[in-house]
Design a binder for this molecule. Sequence first.
Ligand SMILES: Cc1cc2nc3c(=O)[nH]c(=O)nc-3n(C[C@H](O)[C@H](O)[C@H](O)COP(=O)(O)OP(=O)(O)OC[C@H]3O[C@@H](n4cnc5c(N)ncnc54)[C@H](O)[C@@H]3O)c2cc1C
Length: 395
Amino acid sequence: MDRTVDVLVVGAGPTGSTAAKYAARGGADVLLIEKRSEIGTPVRCGEGVAKRWLDEIGLSPSTEFICHEVDGARVVAPDGTALIVDETRAGNECGYVLERDLFDRHLAKEAAKAGAEILIKTSAAGLLREDGQVVGARCEHMGDHFDVRAGVVIGADGFESQVGRWAGLETHLRTRDIAACLQYTMVGVNGDPRHHDIYLGSCAPGGYAWVFWKSDDTANVGIGVNLSKIRDRAEAKRYLDDLIGRTPSLAKGEIIEEVAGAVSVSMPLERTAAPGVLLAGDAARLIDPLTGGGILNGCLSGKYAGEAAANAVATGDLRDRPFVEYERRWKARLEEELASHYLIKERLLHLEDETINKAIRSVVEAKPERITAGTVLEAIRTRHPEILSVFEGLL
Ligand SMILES: Cc1cc2nc3c(=O)[nH]c(=O)nc-3n(C[C@H](O)[C@H](O)[C@H](O)COP(=O)(O)OP(=O)(O)OC[C@H]3O[C@@H](n4cnc5c(N)ncnc54)[C@H](O)[C@@H]3O)c2cc1C
């Protein structure tokens, strides 16, 4: 079973499938391996994405993987005050609710159409090296081990990535840079699918809880809690169950699926490339540390990694320029926003419920036509100047 390809992509999440698609489009012979027996399941995701991004990763909105569009979000303070942030007031940050399992399959299909070969039930178990250069991976398929030699290995193996560690890249995360997540699919609930619900404050310490409505009676309900704020990951469940119990739109619903996971809420990795290896998506810690959203950044970095890998193969430069160029590209596009969101997340970790209540009440009462940093600060300055300095730093 030993074999040789130009590019081996480890992990068929959104990042890996996008990387495989662009590497294949660039003329490379690509193998995409996925350890699960089914691409896209189980869904470990809130399934919310901003509209503006599809274009950038070369996808058109399609009912094949979009459940529906949303007009905005209801941001709920600990005291129950709700601020509606919609498209007319906040611009193009509104988005879609995905069918994430179908989305991941759609991307895998695109990779296959571009010419990539896909092997499911196949794990990378270690990297092959020669002269300090990664030259492929040891793989395992249903108990059989075999070597895949590759000019470039793309590590798109998600939050728990091993490819980065195997390649000697520094991937360690501090506890405060991890959010423990728990997510339910609930039926028999009762809500407005045009708006996401976001719950802030001590109901989700250091994070937030979400209700992304799939329809008026079905919702993706979840929570992300900063790991430094809880004793163990199981506590996330207690917070989520408490919130559901006291939220009238959810309390009478039934849970038909429960999935636990984690996201990094850290700065991106300093180094995401080593000779013969590129890391992308969650494996490179490219999740937005403020929102926990990582699909867009995963797909974008996957695209850049796929193009860089194809270029490396075409030019025969398997350790230098295409790898430097990969890091330059994702950093130019994503690093500044990720760094500023990281600083905001660090500050939010310390916000008291009463401060959040005052801020949200201020904006609700001020009724600004547009919600911008300026109008929010003005609303707070007028009503609660004592907390202005907190938000001046944040916004
Ligand atoms: C509870 C939760 C809710 C979230 N909600 C949102 C949201 O609403 N919006 C948003 O944008 N983001 C959300 N995210 C983040 C988003 O899911 C990730 O950013 C996204 O999945 C990243 O894609 P990826 O391809 O990099 O990693 P993944 O989707 O994790 O894919 C990695 C793949 O690699 C495979 N793999 C791992 N190791 C190996 C190996 N050794 N060999 C072969 N295959 C391997 C895995 O099985 C997996 O399929 C959420 C995350 C969680 C946990």
